[in-house]
Design a protein. Structure first.
Ligand code: KIV
Ligand code: ZN
Length: 497
């Protein structure tokens, strides 16, 4: 079997999604889960873009041992200097530098020429080589770059010392045949191609990211750039779990990864929960319905012989249908074990707090599922927030004017207000606004479907506009009004310091 390297960019390209930003502690948690999953490279951030990104690359470099830690730069010296500094503690490190190579980038973004861009590409790689041996070069918008010019750039950067050359389909435009042919063209026309690895980096704007990535691999690429759950800007990036399972199912491709596929589901849940980014129910491999058969014909077939309708065993991705559900009778050890399976390691102090909340929830709903457990761990994380909901009382009903009383704790001090509104959530938000006197507007309000019974935990995502910026909030509660108020408070906490 030939080896394919998995380059995970959940913490860089994935984290660029508005509202999905993680703090450093959360990024370390994801990085450790990715290490346990078996990825080869973790792209930990774009250090020059913000102090937060810089610090995360430093912290992840210290926290993770086995995977290569990679930092992104533009093809300019200052970026490369800062990336090298951020990577100083990494056991194995890589600088990922590059420049746009399509006509769109050369003409309109840089107002430059092909020759000048070629020189800048070579200079960037040579400069990065002063700091690290492992330099990856990206040809941004390679998907729409003329193949002959692309081959010239790839040849030149390999000669300058690039160990990996990334061929991004930045806009998600290519057809699988087109992208596969591009990789084939480079494999056949770049003389020094044996001195470097070609990498795929496909965006999903037309829903072809995974197909393009596999076409790239079938034509010679030996690294794939992917994110957990396919998260990323716009329609996202190629999904790690899809590529890993395609290669596992299609043994005939003769290509293998180091991914421990049994950790896919827990890593997916962890990323989704930390980023407050729900996974669509019909998402391949990790969606709630991915292994659910509802039609009678399918169910009958699966019961007689699983393989009649299933190409993968759910256990292979870590979905254990027989996993013991947690209930009010479960002890701390069972909760700790479930958290650990889901990639959350807690000390005894934190476990005690989560367990306290767990017992309260278990009183309200019969079975506690993985999402609930992650939600409880998230509540513990948000304990340090400056503004907290102390109490909420709402009266509403047919023929009644909805009224809400809200109590907040702001840095430990109690504040109260009451207001009416055109619905219970509106009334509660009006009361909140009487305490937090800012001109803020609710822009988006999503309630995630409750589909495990009427006692299930409802999840609310909100976007609140304040002073020209948008802030994202998340709340989860068996009481959907309380979840909405919590989401609003979560957003407010991001701008009221
Ligand atoms: O999509 C893209 O082109 C990128 C590069 C910066 C690697 O993310
Ligand atoms: Zn990208």
């Amino acid at each position: 079997m030939e080896r394919l390297f998995i380059f995970d960019t959940t913490l860089r390209d994935g984290e660029q999604v508005p509202g999905c930003q993680l703090n450093t502690v959360e990024k370390i948690q994801v990085a450790r889960a990715l290490e346990a999953l078996g990825v080869d490279v973790i792209e930990a951030g774009f250090p020059i873009s913000s102090p937060g990104d810089f610090n995360s690359v430093v912290a992840i470099s210290k926290a993770v041992t086995w995977p290569v830690i990679c930092a992104l730069t533009r093809g300019v010296q200052k970026d490369i200097d800062v990336a090298a500094e951020a990577l100083q503690y990494a056991k194995r490190k890589r600088i990922h530098t590059g420049i746009g190579t399509s006509e769109y980038h050369i003409k309109y973004k840089f107002n430059s020429t092909q020759d000048e861009i070629l020189e800048r590409a070579i200079a960037a790689v040579k400069y990065a080589k002063k700091y690290v041996e492992d330099v990856e070069f990206y040809c941004e918008d390679a998907g729409r770059t003329d193949n002959v010019y692309l081959a010239k750039v790839v040849e030149a950067v390999i000669k300058a010392g690039a160990t990996v050359v990334n061929i991004p389909d930045t806009t998600g435009y290519c057809l699988p045949t087109e992208y596969g042919e591009k990789i084939k063209f480079l494999m056949e026309n770049v003389k020094s191609i044996d001195k470097a690895i070609l990498s795929t980096h496909c965006h999903n704007d037309l829903g072809m990211a995974t197909a393009n990535t596999i076409a790239g691999v079938m034509n010679g690429a030996r690294q794939v750039e992917v994110t957990m759950n396919g998260i990323g800007e716009r329609a996202g990036n190629t999904s790690l779990e899809e590529v890993a399972m395609i290669l596992k199912c299609h043994k005939g491709l003769n290509i293998d990864t180091q991914i421990n596929t049994q950790k896919i589901y827990s890593t997916s849940r962890l990323v989704s929960s930390l980023m407050n980014m729900p996974v669509q129910a019909n998402k391949a491999i990790v969606g709630r319905n991915a292994f659910a058969h509802s039609s009678g014909i399918h169910q009958d077939g699966v019961l007689k012989n699983r393989e009649s309708y299933e190409i993968m065993d759910p256990k292979d991705v870590g979905i254990d249908e027989n996993a013991i559900l947690l209930t009010a009778r479960s002890g701390r050890a069972a909760l700790k074990h479930r958290l650990s399976v889901l990639g959350v390691e807690v000390d005894n102090g934190k476990l005690d707090k989560i367990y306290e909340e767990f017992l309260k929830l278990a009183d309200k709903k019969k079975d506690i599922n993985d999402d609930d457990v992650l939600m409880l761990a998230g509540m513990e994380r948000s304990e340090q927030r400056r503004i907290k909901l102390d109490y909420l009382q709402v009266t509403s009903g047919v023929g009644l004017k909805p009224v809400a009383s809200v109590g907040l704790l702001i840095a430990g001090e109690k504040f109260e207000a009451a207001a009416s509104g055109n619905g219970p959530v509106d009334a509660a938000i009006n009361a909140l606004k009487q305490i937090i006197k800012r001109k803020m507007t609710l822009q988006e309000f999503t309630i995630q479907a409750i589909d495990r019974g009427s006692d299930d935990v409802g999840k609310v995502h909100m976007q609140v506009e304040y002073d020209g910026s948008v802030y994202y909030g998340f709340g989860a509660n068996t009481d959907i009004i309380a979840a909405s108020v919590e989401a609003y408070i979560d957003a407010i906490n991001k701008f009221v310091k």
